[in-house]
Design a protein around this ligand. Structure first.
Ligand SMILES: [Ca+2]
Ligand SMILES: [Ca+2]
Ligand SMILES: [Ca+2]
Length: 355
């Protein structure tokens, strides 16, 4: 096979790793100083543009009423997904209407918002029970041998009555505990009544979630512009009977196999939320013995002029200068930038140290 055809096949594989290949959903980026508070006050979500809302029209019934068209008078659902740069968390805002909220059962016979998240887009089966041959094995064996690697599935109870907020399906129940997850819900209906339910929560995606706890596990590192796999389903119970399994991926296998999730892009900040100009920088040690430091401009905005003060009396007008220090010291380095929006300065104290 030629290199080019290998390349094309690789691209095809990447594209095939999501269901609904024509569709790409977007994950809103909250500014780092506007991280949503999980408190049942949903006003923090008002900065998310409506274009990020994923409505009931994107869901399809694939079990318990296959093919039945969605009627918003029976069940309506709007979901927003968000993230914060440099924080491995996915935030969700759920706004739902049901003509019959069913939540008196102490187990699974109730209204459930089920989500599956594959933070590194690995795909693959992740619920051992669904993939093992039960006949030849002890019943508890699949549970403890479950690998918990490819993705995580949360059954979130909407709403909760005398039970935990969610079931984390698999052998790592700690992933639904704080600080890995947190949730708040608001509603004012009783069992069997109609009404509106609002919920905000966050979860932490894992490349590997271990039965032995967080120390043995690996968080998924979320990076701007990358694609991850997500799907959700609403299990609508109306009187202990599941009326619908409406899901985003349009494939029932989403519940136990991460290859049947939808593509979600971790979006950059919306233009309106980006600061017009803000100086920032980072550096790496090029040579410890020769005291050579490489500086990198990490500023935001349109910049026409850079001015570096290295702390030793020397300066540079380059964007990304390399500087050689004489002698050992802890230095205070200052970057000043200028552009059409004005001027910004960032000093970092004793971050550059030479021996
Ligand atoms: Ca809030
Ligand atoms: Ca994965
Ligand atoms: Ca219901």
């Amino acid at each position: 096979m030629k290199t080019s055809s290998v390349f094309v096949s690789l691209i095809a594989l990447v594209l095939l790793s999501f269901v609904r290949p024509d569709k790409e959903f977007r994950i809103f980026q909250f500014p780092q100083n506007q991280v949503p508070r999980i408190d049942g006050d949903f006003s923090d979500w008002s900065i998310v543009p409506e274009s990020y809302t994923i409505g009931i029209d994107e869901l399809k019934n694939t079990a318990h009423g296959e093919g039945k068209a969605q009627d918003p008078k029976d069940f309506d659902l709007k979901v927003k997904v968000a993230w914060v740069k440099d924080l491995n968390r996915l935030y969700f805002y759920v706004d739902a209407y049901d003509d019959f909220w069913d939540f008196s059962d102490s187990a699974l016979q109730q209204d459930i918002f089920e989500i599956v998240v594959d933070g590194d887009n690995s795909g693959g089966p992740f619920i051992t029970q669904a993939n093992w041959n039960f006949i030849n094995r002890a019943k508890n064996q699949p549970f403890f041998n479950g690998k918990g690697t490819q993705a995580q599935n949360y059954h979130i109870f909407t709403p909760v009555s005398n039970k935990d907020w969610a079931l984390a399906w698999g052998n790592f129940p700690w992933i639904k505990e704080f600080p890995y997850a947190n949730s708040a819900c608001r509603y004012n209906f009783k069992q069997g009544e109609s009404g509106r339910l609002q919920m905000e929560f966050y979860i932490t995606p894992f490349d590997y979630a271990s039965f032995n706890g967080p120390d043995k596990s690996t968080e998924s590192v979320l990076k701007e512009n990358e694609l991850i796999g997500i799907s959700w389903a609403m299990l609508d119970f109306d009187g202990k009977k599941c009326e619908a399994f409406m899901n985003l991926s349009h494939d029932l296998r989403m519940i136990n196999n991460a290859s049947y999730l939808c593509a979600f892009r971790l979006m950059p900040l919306e233009k309106a939320l980006v600061k017009p100009i803000e100086a920032n920088w980072k550096c790496i040690v090029d040579s410890k013995d020769q005291r050579i430091i490489r500086f990198y401009d990490n500023s935001v905005g349109e910049i026409t002029k850079w001015h570096w003060e290295f702390g030793d009396g020397k300066t540079s007008e380059e964007q990304n200068p390399v500087h050689e220090y004489k002698g050992s010291n802890a230095w205070t380095v200052i970057l000043t930038i200028e552009g059409p929006a004005g001027k910004s300065i960032r000093s970092k104290v004793w971050e550059v140290v030479t021996e």
